[in-house]
Design a protein around this ligand. Structure first.
Ligand code: SF4
Length: 223
């Protein structure tokens, strides 16, 4: 399967923020978010072909107890099911980072689902497909029914909140499973947006998440 990057770092987002983890980033995505922070997996997918043994050997070479399978959209990667099963065989805690548009019966301990709000819609020829696919309520329901999960939303402006509230109510997800993160690829913008986003989280009972890897290292690959 095509792997954009494989590296050892700390989880930068969500309920496991700060946990040392190996990241396996698949290349290829069915969406095209305007603010995508990994365009080398979506708009211009890059990477190298690796077989399962190569991936597993490289993951096992690091001392982590957690692995994060991310993308792109890992749920469309061929062999995603055997990959997760073999990672489980290593005894690792598995997080899958997905937009929640595709269901696969993967091995997973935390389904980290990031449904894409309308603030992600690009201009141009991809807009129609992106809008048609970005929220699949049936798929989201299957994922949250089957797995431990978090619903992670990228927030650009306070006006994004009604969309979050509607979807959360529709899925009957408890607020403690909902995580809001500021959109931004530099520390200054993240800080500015975090200040009002924290207040929204206090009002709504949602969890706030920093984007620690961006704060620490900026918008770089391999972190
Ligand atoms: S779903 Fe993720 S990888 Fe795909 S375009 Fe959106 S932000 Fe990028």
């Amino acid at each position: 399967m095509k792997i954009a990057e494989l590296f050892y770092s700390i989880q930068g987002e969500g309920s496991l923020v700060g946990v040392p983890s190996v990241f396996v980033r698949t290349s290829g995505c069915n969406l095209r978010c305007s603010w995508c922070d990994t365009p080398y997996t979506s708009w211009q997918p890059e990477g190298v072909e690796m077989d399962l043994k190569q991936i597993i050997d490289e993951v096992a070479a690091h001392p982590a107890r957690h692995v994060v399978v991310t993308g792109g959209e890992p749920m469309i990667a061929p062999e995603i099911i055997p990959l997760t099963e073999q990672l489980r065989g290593l005894g690792l805690h598995i997080t899958i980072e997905t937009a929640g548009t595709v269901f696969q019966p993967v091995a997973c301990d935390l389904m980290s689902i990031s449904p894409k709000l309308s603030n992600s819609t690009p201009e141009g020829p991809w807009a129609a497909q992106h809008n048609r696919l970005r929220i699949r309520t049936d798929t989201l329901s299957r994922l949250i029914e089957r797995y431990e999960y978090q619903l992670k939303f990228v927030i650009e402006k306070p006006e994004d909140l009604p969309e979050v509230r509607d979807l959360v109510a529709n899925l009957q997800a408890p607020p403690e499973c909902v995580v809001l993160m500021p959109e931004g690829t530099d520390a200054e913008r993240l800080r500015e947006r975090s200040l009002w986003l924290v207040e929204i989280c206090k009002e709504e009972g949602f969890r706030f998440s920093p984007r620690l890897h961006v704060e620490l290292w900026g918008n770089r690959r391999g972190v």
